[in-house]
Design a protein around this ligand. Sequence first.
Ligand code: EPU
Length: 788
Amino acid sequence: MKHVSENRDAPAQSPPWAGPVTSSERAFPLDLPGFLTREQHRIHLVGVAGSGMSGIAALLIKLGHTVSGSDKVSTMETDRLQRLGLRFREQHRPEDADTAELIVFSSAIKGDNPILVCARSYGKPVVRRAEALAAIMRGKRGIVIAGMHGKTTTSAMTAHVLREGGLHPCHYVGAEIPILGTNAHWDSRGEYFVAEGDESDGTIALFQPEHTVILNIEEEHLDFYADLGAIEKVFAQLITQTTGKVFYNIDDKNAVRVCRSLARGISYGFADEADYRAIDIRPRDFGSTFRVSGRGQDLGEVVLNVPGQHNVHNALGVIALASELGVTFEKISKSLAKFEHARRRFEIKYHSPRFLLVDDYGHHPTEIRATLKAAKSVGRKRVLTMFQPHRYSRTKALRKEFGRAFDDADRVVVTDVYGSNEAPIPGVTGQMIVDEVVAHGHRGASYEPRLEWAHCAVGNMLESGDLVLSLGAGNIHEQLSALAADLVIAENLKAIVGKNGEVRLYEPLSKHTTLRVGGPAQFWVEPRNEKAFAELIRFCGDENLPLFVMGRGSNLLVRDGGIHGVVVHPCGDEFDKIEVNGAEITAGAGAKLKEVAYAGKAAGIGGLEWLEGIPGTVGGGLRMNAGAMGAQTFENVVRVRYLDTNGEAHTRTRGELEVYYRNFPLLEKNFAVSAVFRGQPAPLEEIVRKLEASQEKRRTSQPAAKSAGCIFKNPDSCPAGKLVDELGLKNSSVGKARVSEVHGNFIVNDGGATAAEMLELIEKIKATALAKRGIELETEVQIVGEPG
Ligand code: EPU
């Protein structure tokens, strides 16, 4: 059954915490405002670690009470409160009710909590958090900020502006806001008390403030309210109990419906008829600038450093209230310009027209949902999330809720649990959350057990227009910082390769090697022309970034830690071009050698057929002086164009070049752009015959499985494949890396092999060849990158 707030006729036997509570326990004998603000008592708070409860604890300590508290978890907040005098216990023990004269409990606490049960049996006064807050506020002139969204920001903004305006307000807001110091503050000098009112359980109707700000009203918390009508009734009650002015958002139709007819209503918003109105709004990613007209007069300009139109509304509510309290506009606008969100609360780490990176410490499902909603409302194309669960106990207890918390995220990468001070609970990992998210129907969730790789997992998904959100109370924000640092470089790289070029972060090189192993490239860059390539070379030189060029990755073994720095993959446009001129074929570094052979066939040029059997690109073939069918690349190459380390282009003819078996030293430091191959006119049938012979040779003597071609150079004494065969090592394996049964010089990936397995197998073969035959095998395949 759904409850409505005015349902006060609940059966007399039901405990007050079991149903809607809008007043204290029936037999409550106390003048609660007097008890809390004019006397000093022993008070116990049940669920004191919650952000709302910790604020009450701070206020009660400041008011001179002896405060104890219990919670099943300890937090930084409980640590801080203990230093202020809180007696804290990480457990709810009934005896804690013994000495307390009053028990305050959080709405998160269930009716069967042992302290509540015990206190009730003693007939001790028990009140909800909101009741205590409402009573404390009665000691001052109350200002309640109410509404479904923006309460924390607006109440913090209000407290800040009034404080800067010299009014010494007390405050109670739902989060740590650095600019305010703490989430709750008692200042005996001031008259006002600014509080965030919580409408979620109807307790907002407990407040009897002097002024109220209504930010917005909409259907929410339908677990508690029957419908919008029930919600509006609670707001109407709050308004009735407000003795002074009611400030309301004129652009929110429900707020208008509730407040329109009030004589003491003051409207704010964008509509022409608003008492306080924003005009000429100029939004930015992180804030906005606008002019304010108040009661028909131009008051001046406001620069706001919190993002979104919703915050312009929030600021207008604050401007209206502060102006009516007599703070000058000059002071208001100055203090608003200084207002900032809490650190790790929607904290912007990086922004550009293409990307927005935001960090938030949200770690409870409700916070996550709210933050994701805010992230979505920013209006970027997609929201990508990296989430680090916080504490094993919470992960386990709230796993279902976590499963439902990520609906507004397009992609979710979950890391392992940040234990805080807890010991791991077997089976409780980030995978548990992913399973719940997936079971809930989300299609974009994945698990990254290694925290230090989280930024890679998310970074590789990045597309222009994305917002990335890091979530969690542990150290996930460091991952977002790492991503932000790399994005700065990635954006420079993107500017170099232009619209047609491609830049990706942390591209898994297993996708780009024929062996299908290899960790990520920190920066994967695809230039489309020589000019961009040259500029990349100069940029990497200037920035001291390692640069590695990769073709088809057919002769490459990339270690599991990937390649640090820039991996350039020249392809497309100029680099894929193949042009025939007489018996000469000019091919870009990104063109496949196979295609050079086929271009030869099409133009009646023979002698290039063997290139059909090389799986690499022109650039890779040049670098390795690749060979097959007894031929090698430089037998056909007549000219090479390359870029030097300064990005200068040069062309060299064959006679000027030093070339060895499987090695072309010029390209150790320089970078191939294109090459001219020469064949000779030949009858088509002859070309076709040779092509078929090459294909046949490959088909019969080489494996079709994923490999990097021959792993070892052929030693002088014996072909490496034959040697491995003779050593009886065919089919020997390490993990999923296996020596091919077809050809001893091929190691194949049976699916999911790691570079580490490949390398171990290579070492085994080398050791055996040396031990048994005295032959030192040398790898032909290029081994690069960092260990995993
Ligand atoms: N052999 C065996 N057992 C084996 C493999 C080979 O006895 O398991 C024997 C063969 O029967 C043959 C000799 O060893 O008598 C040489 O084998 P193959 O003809 O296959 O040539 P290879 O030297 O092993 C070279 C290139 C290959 C190229 C082929 C075909 C090297 C290191 N390898 O292989 O190139 O495809 O010729 O022309 O030069 C590559 O470099 O990645 C590559 C695949």
